[in-house]
Write a protein that binds this ligand. Structure first.
Ligand code: UD1
Length: 336
């Protein structure tokens, strides 16, 4: 299939392009590089030995999207393009609604105009809010405590509404848990600008000596060791989930599935596993809780297995080893 991948130069997007190319699809990346680099697209081609098409453009530009969908005869869209920093979304909510929500409206309009009716959307476990029960299944009520999370819920609602009006569409909403790790080649990985917000990129920078120590946000949560528990999923497993979702969209439908492992690890578990991977002791301090954080969050991945025939296969050891390989080979990310 010819697949338009919005945000295909980003962290999850680039890993998904590798899996799509490996599965024999034609890939057209559409990205404005606001939080990514064209270098990742080169690396994807290096890994796979295949070529893909790259178009620089903004998701809010409907005309450009339309002409790209037409020119490349796209049959499906995987939609990653969006902003994802929680703190920034609190400070600049309009920017989040504009990029994430308005951008998706423009994309759907362009798809409608060109007759492309298949879309896989990057949602997030953040749509569950503070869990009422664990593990989280897809029937758990949705809620959000910040504009980023709300933008994901709004887009999910919009896609469900759109499907009700256009029942010939094929729509998959993939709710990611905590993506970490990197491609085993060490050629692509997560390249956060500035100080990383997320745990594993921060730990990686401590390991490489760019940061003095990890601050653990809270040691008094009601968890086995007092630190937060999350469902970390290897980004390559996550990428494969997208190929499986496309395959599962063989008939009109709209569904949401969790992409997680079903296993929760604590912040300290991750730190210890990373120490093993890099062979160093990593300094840390227990600090105040980060506002808005929850104690525990992990998936019930049964629906993904049933619906997509997909399940995560890579464990915490591989997540840390691959992150460390990427970090060592690219101490400054994609910058030379
Ligand atoms: C965060 C976002 C979530 C988003 C996801 C994308 C918040 C509140 N949530 O999830 O909406 O979908 O990223 O990847 O930002 N931790 C530390 N020290 C650090 C960094 C993190 O102790 O320097 C802890 C956190 O307190 C948490 C765990 O590590 O317990 C995971 O944090 P993080 O990687 O930021 O992911 P989430 O907060 O789960």
């Amino acid at each position: 299939m010819n697949i338009l991948v919005t945000g295909g130069a980003g962290y999850i997007g680039s890993h998904t392009c590798v899996e799509l190319l490996k599965a024999g699809h034609e890939v057209i990346v559409f990205d404005n590089f606001c939080n990514s680099s064209p270098e990742s697209v080169k690396r994807v081609q290096q890994i796979t030995g295949k070529t893909l098409s790259l178009v620089k453009g903004d998701i809010r530009n409907r005309e450009q999207l339309e002409s790209v969908l037409r020119e490349f005869k796209c049959e499906a869209v995987i939609h990653f393009a969006g902003l994802k920093a929680v703190g920034e979304s609190v400070e600049q909510p309009l920017m989040y609604y504009d990029n994430n929500v308005v951008g998706t409206v423009r994309l759907l309009e362009a798809m409608q105009a060109t007759g492309v009716k298949t879309i896989v959307f990057s949602s997030s476990a953040t749509v569950y809010g503070d869990p009422q029960y664990l593990p989280l299944d897809e029937a758990h009520p949705l809620s959000a405590s910040n504009p980023y999370g709300r933008s994901k819920i709004v887009i999910e609602d919009m896609l469900r509404d759109y499907y009700r009006a256009h029942p010939d569409w094929k729509i998959a909403l993939l709710r990611y848990f905590n993506p970490v790790g990197a491609h085993e080649s060490g050629l692509i990985g997560e390249d956060p600008g500035g100080i990383p917000n997320n745990l594993m990129p921060f730990v990686a920078q401590v390991a490489i000596g760019r940061r003095e120590r990890l601050n653990i946000w809270g040691g008094d949560y009601p968890t086995p060791d007092g630190t937060g528990v999350r469902d970390f999923i290897h980004v390559v497993d996550l990428a494969r989930g997208h190929v499986a979702a496309l395959q599962a969209l063989d008939a009109p439908q709209c569904f949401a599935v969790n992409l997680g492992t079903g296993v929760g690890y604590s912040v300290l578990d991750v730190l210890k596993a990373y120490e093993k991977a890099c062979g160093k002791t990593l300094p840390y301090a227990i600090a105040e809780r980060r506002p808005g954080d929850i104690a525990s969050c992990y998936a019930n991945p049964a629906e993904a297995k049933r619906k997509l025939g997909w399940e995560a296969t890579l464990g915490l050891e591989a997540m840390c080893a691959d992150s460390w390989k990427w970090q060592q080979m690219n101490p400054n990310g994609f910058k030379a």
